[in-house]
Design a protein around this ligand. Sequence first.
Ligand SMILES: [Cu+2]
Length: 136
Amino acid sequence: MKRLMTTLTVAALFVMAAAHVSAADLKPIQTQKTKDVVVTLANESGQWKQGKNEFVLELTSAKDKQPIDASKVSLNTSMTMPGMAPMIAGATLSPDKTPGRYLGTITFPDSGTRQVTVTWDGPAGKGSTKFSVSVR
Ligand SMILES: [Cu+2]
């Protein structure tokens, strides 16, 4: 029973940590507007850094600001470096409880400017956008 209580406490802490990420204290890393979709990338510091990063990706309609149900979403990054093959890193994304919002993690082995590509495909349509983000 004691072990169960410990497990439940740990689980509750994880839920609280997840809730904390979805709190209003997120700072935008990048907001990118396409013809019909606004893509927002945010985390607690407002920037990506070298190493592991947690972030939130949000897709909303450019017309009415409503969340977009994009069942398939991906975020990939690449960095071109002179004399080298581009460095590629993709994010792991999982849907949040809030529609149109995804919790992501991505790891960068070094700093530098990344070309970011976000693609989506769902009932509300499909599309993609590209922008650059500097990794500190
Ligand atoms: Cu690099």
